[in-house]
Design a protein around this ligand. Sequence first.
Ligand code: SAM
Ligand code: SF4
Length: 321
Amino acid sequence: MLIDSYGRTVDYLRVSVTERCNFRCQYCMPEKPFSWVPRENLLSFEDLFKFIKISIDAGVKKIRITGGEPLLRENLDTFVRMIHTYNPTVDLAMTTNAFLLKSAAQKLYDAGLRRINVSIDSLIPSVAEKIAKKDVLSHVLEGIEEALSVGLLVKVNMVPMKGVNDNEILDVLEYCKARAMSVRFIEYMENVHANVDIRGMQSHELLSIIGSRYRYSDEGFDGHSPSHYYRLDDGYAFGIIEPHKDDFCTKCNRIRLTAEGNLIPCLYFDEAMSIRDAIRAGNIDEAALVLREVIRTKPEKNRWSDPDGELSKRAFYETGG
Ligand code: SAM
Ligand code: SF4
């Protein structure tokens, strides 16, 4: 078992398979040109898998493949199959922008993937284009329909922003409700890479909009999920991810691995330790020691609600959110 210095059991590994992305979401990516990590620095699926096996053997029970955009990485279904075959009881999921999902969904399902989270920030083509800096919506919606039709369980993520998509919160909720997909509204997490003009929304603002049309009850938290759940009177459940709340980190059970082999204890902070050289050299013991050290140094909490906290330098497109 992996237990951090605050007594939290860490059993969830998020694996970013690439930092590259075919979108440029304004809350995630810098607008100025920037350079990607050179391809030779990225770990192969075989090397990522070596570390995944170490993590599973140490107690990890849930793995999420993410990015950047994970579907940009060729043969992702092969990677899914490697993990699923090694331990079919591991809860394996993926987060994607769904742009390339239509042609990938069946292969991913056949390889053992059962759950995906998809981002929908707007159902208006021009607004979705403004957010992602690309005409994306029709591909995204087709990808979602295909995923549902092959049997994948789909959850939707939306990052509400004032003056951008705050008038679509009920529309996105209703789009998801009509397809029995749970939606999670993610409070915008301020970071140095994002557009400086973004004004995020906090849970009480979101609930006031939802409460203008629906009655809901507070269902609290489900296990270690970071999502605070609410249920409408007709039984439909939606979630809000509230990193600005003081108790957000008390049940944190996750660490993150980037595509270049940096192991990250917390989404907010810049600290990381590399397992790349150890894994490439086949030094499993060394990589396992780094894993233990990252768990030991996992911070108690993020600083998104701290008035003295600096703006986070950690890039979401590297860590996979
Ligand atoms: N490209 C995939 C996608 O967009 O779903 C996976 C990677 S993305 C970094 C993972 C999640 O992080 C997405 O749901 C995205 O909306 C969320 N995200 C990115 N930047 C964020 C920010 N600054 N605040 C809150 N959520 C953010
Ligand atoms: Fe790409 Fe996802 Fe970041 Fe958007 S949120 S730029 S889709 S990694």
